[in-house]
Design a protein around this ligand. Sequence first.
Ligand SMILES: Cc1cc2nc3c(=O)[nH]c(=O)nc-3n(C[C@H](O)[C@H](O)[C@H](O)COP(=O)(O)O)c2cc1C
Length: 209
Amino acid sequence: MGNFLRVALAAAGVLALGSAQAGGDWALPSHVAVGSTPTLAEVLERRHSAAEFSEAQISTEQLSFLMWSGCGENRPELHKRTAASARNLQEIHAYAVMEDGAYEYLPREHQLRRVANGDLRRDVAATQPDLARATLAVVLVADLGTQDNELVAGIDAGIVAENLMLAAAALGLGARPRITMDDSRLAERLGLPSKFRPIMNVVIGKELR
Ligand SMILES: Cc1cc2nc3c(=O)[nH]c(=O)nc-3n(C[C@H](O)[C@H](O)[C@H](O)COP(=O)(O)O)c2cc1C
């Protein structure tokens, strides 16, 4: 399937995640194309760390909304983002880890750039292997060359993680923020530059309750 057709179908919400990822890079549909409009109070009442996930897929619109909520641009003319960062250094990079591969989220383009083939969700799940059933794990990586204070980088990652959790709650999805993961294996398989450090991850998918 050609890229144009894939993007058009994804924008129309026709493709499930598995087939939409079949190519290389991936232009996401607009983040506004999700139907759920709970109030902020309702979202905060729903927020919790999910313990169990089903293998059910999430839609491309949901993926788009999640990535934008975590790290996307909400003032593109200033290249500023949904998540605050100390001194606006924007040192947190979000990697979407899914069944068919891993992608770096590019906020300016609102695109996913494929960085690895194959399923790295077990490397994210690590000592909690059941969490690898969830469709998506967003690995938050700090560029310590840009922000050399690891404490501040951790705070900035936490802000992105909370955005992701609230977005998941708004979509009726389960999410769990975690520091557990196989950092060194992920750094290798994601091809991270030497100053990039995995800080935490958020596992997201349909919750089993
Ligand atoms: C920084 C941070 C790291 C966490 N790391 C893990 C983890 O490695 N594994 C895990 O299962 N849960 C992890 N959690 C989830 C917490 O256990 C959970 O947030 C806590 O039990 C409170 O539950 P709640 O989120 O449902 O309110 C983490 C949460 C935070 C904020």
